[in-house]
Design a protein around this ligand. Structure first.
Ligand SMILES: N[C@H](CCC[C@H](N)C(=O)O)C(=O)O
Length: 297
């Protein structure tokens, strides 16, 4: 099985292109767990499958490192758009991609060698009602800066779905957040029936924010595209940034430009990069991933 490893600001995915040939039928959940493992596999935040679509130009499916399937992936969409254009599947610079969270439209920006430099994605409209996140509570209400207790920690949550669920929390000093402790606490809280991605935001000024993420199913990643979108929506709802202007979101892996326009659509612009191309030895699907088998010196 041929693969291409790519990343969006260090949020890395192993991409399997099914446009020419479907990959051998096996559990995609298991495939993602094995391929994502840095010791027994390739090492990534998950896998992405590109397939034909009946309702858009292409289809993207994304699986997290723990094998769970997500409904959207902002960084993954930019990688897929670059892959499709650079490999000449897409002949126009604008095309559509079907995700489980809905159809998005992308536009690639190319360099002098006609290779994709940045990708702009119309991520569509965010969903804010608890019933759409999903989050426990009155399904027709919005979660805006609501106080909740997670173990010994209490935070004010703003919940936003970009097709996938995000809990956004504003803090004064993002460096002080014990993300590896509170991330899983909130991800797995019973408040979120389908778990949740957890984003911490520090406001820099009215058009600039810092953002760090604990991703559902992948843990701490260098960047989260849908999370950056959710962060800007939450900051706008809480009147912490200017409305309808491009907001620079600083993530550990780099910057994204996000805007929530006057028509309610969220736009994301950023880079996508190749890491390597290769062929997966399918025998690796039979090896046990045994983390406790790791060498303990
Ligand atoms: N962990 C996410 C999927 C990947 C999203 C992220 N990598 C992005 O760039 O949006 C979830 O379970 O909803």
């Amino acid at each position: 099985m041929l693969f291409t490893k790519m990343h969006g600001l260090g949020n890395a995915y192993v991409i399997f292109n099914q446009l020419d040939e479907p990959i051998a039928n096996q559990s995609l959940h298991e495939l993602s767990k094995r391929v994502s493992d840095v010791n027994f596999g390739i090492g990534s935040d998950g896998i992405i499958l590109i397939s034909p679509s009946k309702v858009a130009d292409y289809q993207m499916r994304i699986f997290n490192e723990d094998g769970s399937e997500a409904k959207n992936c902002g960084n993954g969409l930019r990688c897929v758009a670059k892959f499709l254009y650079d490999h000449m599947y897409a002949t126009s610079r604008k095309f559509t991609i079907e995700t489980l969270g809905g159809i998005v439209s992308v536009e690639v920006d190319v360099d002098q060698k006609h290779k994709v430099r940045t990708v702009t994605v119309d991520m569509g409209e965010p969903k804010l009602l608890k019933g759409m996140i999903p989050m426990l509570g009155d399904p027709v209400t919005v979660t805006l800066n609501e106080a909740h207790q997670f173990g010994d920690y209490s935070y004010h949550i703003t919940a936003v779905s970009m097709g996938n669920p995000h809990a956004i929390i504003f803090v004064d000093d993002i460096k002080q957040v014990p993300l590896e402790i509170v991330g899983p606490l909130i991800e797995n809280s019973s408040l979120f029936p389908e778990r949740v991605n957890v984003g911490f935001v520090q406001i820099i000024n009215s058009h600039e924010i810092d953002y760090r993420v604990w991703e559902r199913g992948s843990g701490i990643t260098m960047a989260c595209g849908t999370g950056a979108c959710a962060a800007v929506v939450a900051a706008t709802l809480n009147k912490k940034v200017d409305k309808h202007v491009p907001i620079t979101v600083h993530l550990p892996g780099g910057d994204l430009t996000i805007s929530w326009d006057e028509h309610g659509h969220v736009w994301k612009r950023g880079p996508a990069n190749y890491v390597c191309h290769g062929e997966l030895d399918v025998s690796m699907m039979n090896t046990d991933i045994n983390p406790i088998g790791r060498l303990i010196i």
